[in-house]
Design a protein around this ligand. Structure first.
Ligand SMILES: [Zn+2]
Length: 314
């Protein structure tokens, strides 16, 4: 069976694995990302691939990179969390390992992994939304990954949800991810804890007393204990996600949405409200089939598995 290698390159770690045609990870390794130095990043990736391909026939390599990847799937034009600027990652790595290499945006690779082997198996039209510190996205259109004209498509988190709203890391105001992400969850919880501390007694206790110590884990824990501020923060995020999915359905009409990312690990706390809000805000509701909203199934390995499968289809 033909094997490929998938590599998921994040701001803090590089995960690499040998993947078979059925999306199974045969062998896997992790390395810290030397995020400051592009040459060292390429070197770390190359080393991992060489180690995994020892004594094995490898057909190709797919790299999932957290950044803007050009349409030739070779160059990372820009990455918010790594020092990549017009980085010729494909050439650097393929020179080192002597194998065909393709570079994909990490959220696209994750969407593809879920579409092929995870929660979206069998769907030809799918939108994957990763809810983490920000919001990432990937679109599968008519059975293929949709990359856009220049490779920069599906940056779903940066649709403007609120004109003149909160400042986003991208420089614009009011982006969806400022309302519907893990960061948004935390800032909403902090805001409520500051304005109405009597509603956040449990949350503040868990966080050690002051709102500025609140992090995602604390909000989740407090919500599980029924803290009104934590529940309200989840509710706000859930509705913003539902609204965004309804907007995406108006444009793309997918068969299903797959929700992944760190915040989806606590999906039981918010996904029902997202579904409800989606159902009541979908245009043409009641007269059209509504896309299923599902939780991702592959967890942290979706990007690696997706990148490996995309390498097969280069
Ligand atoms: Zn933005």
């Amino acid at each position: 069976m033909a094997l490929t290698i998938g590599v998921d390159i994040g701001g803090t770690k590089v995960a690499a694995g040998v993947v078979d045609e059925d999306g199974r990870i045969v062998e896997h390794l992790l390395r810290p990302t030397p995020a400051e130095n592009p040459d060292q990043v390429a070197h770390t990736i190359g080393d991992a691939i060489l180690e995994l391909s020892k004594d094995r026939e490898i057909e190709a390599v797919g790299l999932g990179a957290a950044g803007f990847v050009d349409e030739t799937r070779s160059i990372v034009r820009f990455a918010p969390n790594l020092a990549w600027r017009e980085e010729p990652l494909q050439r650097k790595v393929s020179d080192m390992v002597g194998l065909p290499v393709v570079v994909e945006n990490d959220a696209n690779a994750m969407a593809w992994g879920e579409a092929r082997f995870g929660a979206g198996r069998g769907e030809t039209h799918l939108v994957c939304v990763t809810v983490g510190t920000g919001i990432g996205g990937g679109i599968v259109f008519d059975g293929s990954l949709y990359r856009g004209r220049w490779g920069m498509g599906a940056e779903l988190g940066h649709m403007q949800a609120v004109p003149g709203g909160r400042l986003c890391g991208c420089g614009n105001l009011g982006c969806w991810e400022q309302y519907a992400s893990g960061n948004a969850l935390v800032s909403e919880a902090k805001r409520i804890a500051e304005a109405e501390p009597d509603k956040a007694v449990t949350l503040l206790e868990i966080a050690g007393g002051t709102p500025d110590q609140i992090e995602g884990q604390e909000v989740t824990e407090a919500a599980r204990q029924g803290d009104p501020a934590a529940l309200a923060a989840f509710s706000s995020m859930a509705r913003w996600i539902g609204q965004g999915l309804a907007d995406l359905a108006a444009v793309l009409d997918p068969g299903c949405f797959v929700l992944g990312g760190g915040v989806s690990r606590a999906a039981d706390l918010w996904i029902d409200e997202t579904r409800e809000f989606y159902d009541t805000h979908l245009s043409g509701r009641g007269h059209r089939p509504a896309a299923d909203i599902r939780c991702a199934e592959l967890g942290a390995s979706a990007g690696l598995v997706g990148a490996a499968d995309l390498a097969r289809r280069r």
